[in-house]
Design a protein around this ligand. Structure first.
Ligand SMILES: [Zn+2]
Length: 424
């Protein structure tokens, strides 16, 4: 049993106490969970073991969006920061943080940096949005402050400015979206700067997977590593979880911090999947004050790794996100996640940018178009690409060449992340 296994590894007694504290806290403070427990006829005494968690129904992203502020467990005057995350309806969903929640984020990200073996002699440049109510920016920043590692808040700026900042501040570590790193590599080459002469030694990759289902570098990571002699670290986080799972230097899955979270991997029906099978990551947060979550289905499709890590840790680890549940495509009888399509496209040097468009009806994807902006717009290249798709996915999406501006016009206007997949 997956959960039992997790908890056996992870300080059973402490987790049980934390769970019990959480349930009591939710009963006392969470309008949403008060109703949730009531509707299921659950009382505090019904949850006396970790196993008892299974008695509770899971909470979906839709529940979270629809009842957003009912999840708030504290008074407005305790809120220190209003974060938002993209909701399921296109409207931003709020995830307010108290001072303690910010400290918890700091603790979490300090662990990310510790796993990547950073120390006070490092300089870490944050190449991510630090405003726009984005949680990751403050989380990484506070984590660095906690460890007294100097930070460079480069933010979400052009590859030219990032490169200029790297040259000026000489960071040894970057926190960045990996596909954006390719643009920095390109910029460096365009300026005639030898990328390996730069100060950067490690990159903590956020927002995109850098490993495949075998935990080997995917094509995106291979592209970076072919050009830049750096060490890449994978992370997996979300604002709702208020927690990041991060890799150690052995790169064998993202470690979960059992002090901060319980992770379950569930199937469609809400049952735990057999050990190592893929399923939906479902989380229960510990120590969150403003918006704690109990059995929250994240929509991320992953698998768990229980073997002891090469670093010696017995904590459960989580695979890269193989896909998002709501992005799962059933195309010509084959189940595909957009990330598998990305992986094929990212193996091609000619491709500068792309956007995958899917049109689905009644659970079936009727149209799957890969819009590509590339330097090699020939029939021959198209056929080669189709062959790559056939080998990797067993099916071939429609391939369309387009210009940078056409691609930009297809993307939703306001987004903090690079949009690579849209549904119509
Ligand atoms: Zn490890």
């Amino acid at each position: 049993m997956q959960l039992v296994c997790t908890i056996t590894f992870a300080q059973n007694k402490k987790s049980l106490q934390q769970l019990s504290d959480l349930i009591t806290y939710l009963f006392q403070n969470s309008p949403f969970y008060q109703n949730w427990f009531k509707a299921q006829n659950i009382s505090i005494s019904d949850i006396s073991s970790i196993e008892d968690l299974k008695k509770l129904r899971t909470v979906s992203k839709q529940d979270f969006a629809a009842h957003n502020m009912d999840f708030l467990c504290c008074n407005q005057n305790k809120i220190a920061d209003f974060c938002t995350t993209s909701g399921t309806t296109g409207n931003a969903v709020m995830v307010p943080l108290t001072e303690n929640d910010i400290n918890r984020l700091a603790e979490n990200e300090a662990r990310t940096f510790t796993l990547a073996e950073l120390n006070t002699s490092d300089v870490c440049m944050l190449m991510l949005t630090l405003d726009k109510q984005f949680m990751a920016g403050i989380a990484y920043y506070e984590g660095l402050r906690k460890l007294k590692i100097p930070a460079v808040r480069s933010g979400s700026v052009s590859p030219q400015t990032q490169l200029k900042n790297i040259l000026q501040f000489k960071p040894t570590v970057l926190v960045a979206v990996p596909s954006f790193i390719l643009k920095v590599i390109e910029e460096s080459s365009a300026q005639g700067i030898e990328i390996n002469s730069l100060s950067v030694k490690k990159i903590i990759c956020i927002g995109e997977a850098i490993r495949d289902e075998n935990l080997e570098p995917n094509n995106l990571a291979k592209n970076i590593l072919a050009n830049w002699n750096v060490q890449l670290f994978s992370t997996h986080a979300s604002s709702e979880m208020q927690t990041a799972f991060s890799e150690c230097t052995h790169g064998k899955g993202n470690h979960i911090n059992s002090n901060l979270i319980i992770a379950e991997i569930l199937d469609e029906k809400g049952n735990e999947v057999p050990n190592g099978d893929i399923g939906e990551l479902t989380i229960t947060t510990f120590g969150v004050e403003a918006m704690p979550l109990l059995r929250y289905r994240t929509g991320d499709i992953v698998f768990a790794i229980h073997e002891t890590c090469e670093c010696g840790s017995n904590e459960m680890r989580i695979s890269p996100v193989l896909g998002r549940k709501n992005e799962m495509l059933k195309y010509k009888g084959t189940t595909i996640f957009p990330s598998s399509i990305f992986n094929v496209l990212q193996s091609q040097n000619f491709i500068k940018d792309f956007l995958v468009e899917a049109e689905s009806k009644e659970g079936r994807t009727e149209k799957l178009v890969v819009n590509i902006c590339c330097t090699e717009q020939t029939e021959n290249f198209k056929q080669n690409l189709e062959n790559f798709f056939r080998t990797a996915l067993r099916v071939t999406p429609e391939i369309k060449f387009c210009s940078e501006s056409e691609l930009a016009a297809m993307r939703p206007a306001e987004n903090r992340k690079i949009q690579r997949f849209v549904t119509r």
